[in-house]
Design a protein around this ligand. Sequence first.
Ligand code: TPP
Ligand code: MG
Length: 892
Amino acid sequence: MDNEISTQPHGMEDVEIQEWLESLDSVLESSGPEVAAEILERLRAHATVNGIDLPFSANTPYANTIPVRLQPLFPGDQELERRIKSLIRWNALAMVVRANRVEHNIGGHISTYASAATLYEVGFNHFFRARSDEFEGDTVYFQGHASPGMYARAFLEGRLSAQKLENFRRELKPGGGLSSYPHPWLMPDFWEFPTVSMGLSPLMAIYQARYNRYLEDRGLKPATDAKVWAFLGDGETDEPESLGAITLASREKLDNLIFVINCNLQRLDGPVRGNGQIIQELESAFRGARWNVIKVLWGSEWDPIFERDTEGLLVKRMGELVDGEYQKLVVSSGAYVREHFFGSDPRLLQLVEPLPDEALRRLRLGGHDPRKVYAAYKAAVDHKGSPTVILARTIKGYGLGEAGEGKNVTHQQKKLNEDELREFRSRFGIPLNDEDCIEVPFYRPPDDSIEIQYLRARREALGGYVPKRSIRAKPLVADHDELFKEFLEGSEGREVSTTMAFVGMLRKMLKDAEIGKLVVPIVPDEARTFGMESLFRTAGIYSSVGQKYEPVDVNTLLYYKEAKDGQILEEGITEAGSMGSFIASGTAYATHGINTIPFFIYYSMFGFQRIADFIWAAADMRTRGFMLGGTSGRTTLSGEGLQHQDGNSQILALPVPNIKAYDPAFAYEIAVIIQDGIRRMYKDGENVFYYITVMNEPYAMPAMPGNVKDGILRGMYRFRPATNAKAKLRAQLFGSGAILNEALRAQEILETKYSVAADVWSVTSYKELYNDGVETERWNRLHPAEKPRVPYVSKCLADAPGVLVAASDYLKTLPNMISKWMPRRLASLGTDGFGRSEGRTSLRDFFEVDSRFITLATLHELFVEGKIERSILDKAIKDLGINTDKPNPVIS
Ligand SMILES: Cc1ncc(C[n+]2csc(CCOP(=O)(O)OP(=O)(O)O)c2C)c(N)n1
Ligand SMILES: [Mg+2]
């Protein structure tokens, strides 16, 4: 390992090394650590100048970062806190064991919390400040699998009943229960942040901390010293998202951010780095990213041993072991530890000679020692200028003994036998006798007990209970009719894309008296793609340091203006990070009591497809706001090809229950959707958010044809009826987004060339129509005695004559999923398959979604129904120039 301290390089005498070490000690004593560091730095520079090739290392030795002499006094009653913690340990274990007794395999985790209990308890008793009217409070991301510990604490606090605990993981039982993991959707008064999909919460926490600063710099909230704490597993750090944004945190000097990584050296299957050292690996990654790194490796019991070790042998030995060996030591006897750890050098053995084997076995790790943890937390909250990460060593399944402490199987341990329960009870001093304890009852001392009194007093001192979620923002009041009015009127022949139309609305919203300040445009390095550069100058790009340089384009109208109070979050090429900002912004109504309204616009293919799990977390968190999938439509985005052309996202939006997905064609449709969205989310407080696809194909935007608002919002309305409603041959054409224009062109071809009179419908949301149909069916099933309800699609088409043809720039399955509520069979055209780098005309021919193919599909349906001769079809294929031997786009 590169953190080794070599004690005898190249025959150097011990005494020489000793002299160097002693002189450093004396500098340290006489002049302090800063001078000592300065000397070392100078020595390093001197060595480099003299050609000494010093190996690069971002590591410090395998030792506690905070030396004993700088360790603050522990301010709490340590013994009492230990007893409280023991009770929480017991109840957390009881929840899981009981749940699995009632229902085999219901699951739950014991060992994660068992290893992290001290890390949380020191936080709860001394650091986590609650939200209140006066203070925004600290924000805590709890590790998902540690949830039983949070529930068990809330039980002691009197916030959760025994019945709720009894129904852990069975929230559908009478009286309710507790969700397996932190889910604001399921426990909206308790959890704030879903963390169990590993790797999401570290990134979300970083962007949360950054968003807090953004709100301050924009004057939307006062500056405070509130912290964002994120508790992670060491295994979790292998998720690319976990460390993917750490340089943003240091670049932004987010000293309001603290990561606590519970380094129990284990993940689910086994060791995180059996053959390496995860702590050292993480240290170098975070130090390299300029974080303040605090290692909490060894408990106080080690302090006197270190003190005796004047030669640095112990630190050296500690740096030698790989994690697999450490894990083995944890489960071994004191004699084994003596032989295998200290036995490598007689001088090490001498250090521990006075200690009996039992004491060696009980040498605690830093993450289990409240004094060490307190010291680290204190240093972290006091640290200025960069984020802090605490790497705390613990044992997975701490206290489970034979039932799993430190064992590879411990993560999945949900059942304990009688002996194991009794042992756990005794180890943590739970006042239950041998008989009672095997029933694993929940145990809470009376309200007037010293434990409960202490615990409550501590929380009172810190402002109340954590976690707790509440909606603190007041609803908006304005109706915004004026704001959106102009967009209902059409572009008077001017060709604009829906993206341009949206940007126009955004520009206007930014100036609005009520929502102007609250709008948060978020874009991952695509503002120019979407024609948003005009906003750079007017709204400004947020930068915590303002603009330290004269921008190269300063003489142009639309120069790249960064400002401390800039409103746009230009996130760079990170859709995940942008989503982190979207979530922080869209949940500020709860976290901060501020109704910020995020508009996150991005390349649609890099949204649901790439960061769907963040979107899922946003949904869980009841995030509000608008996501805009830009340059969408597989045949509408020309030239970009297979990777960029999106025919998927409207499908991928289907599984997210509370996202409303729209594929509008015209500016007025977007205006209606956004205006209504603001009302629903920010006035009526609905827990929905929006996905709107916008395109870059320019065309004239029509005025809204009468009041079709209801139809736009519900998913479809008749945009242009046939001129000759009495015609013999009839059809209904359904189009969405830019493809609606193809349907309109087909309408003309059909009428002029084939005497088919078609109505054209704009389908703004297949998802809305689908949900309505499914819900109607369900209601009818559950209420057979009542008059059956009719799906909206069926109502719309009840009197609509003729064949039915849909064309979409997304997969054919989108229209198909509502076809069963249509009066007749539906022919669907869509863009299944890989895109091509081509122009729109060729793409729409290739995917068979242009006006020609809509015409052909309509004629074919009429032919199938026996309404026209085949010869008409044959002629149409010729006249329309359709190559019947063309490759199948789905598989080519
Ligand atoms: C994205 C994701 N992948 C896999 C899992 C399944 N999983 C749950 S816990 C766990 C191991 C956790 O190990 P670690 O992060 O070290 O946490 P510990 O329990 O050891 O504190 C795994 C793989 C998950 N929850 N999320
Ligand atoms: Mg772990």
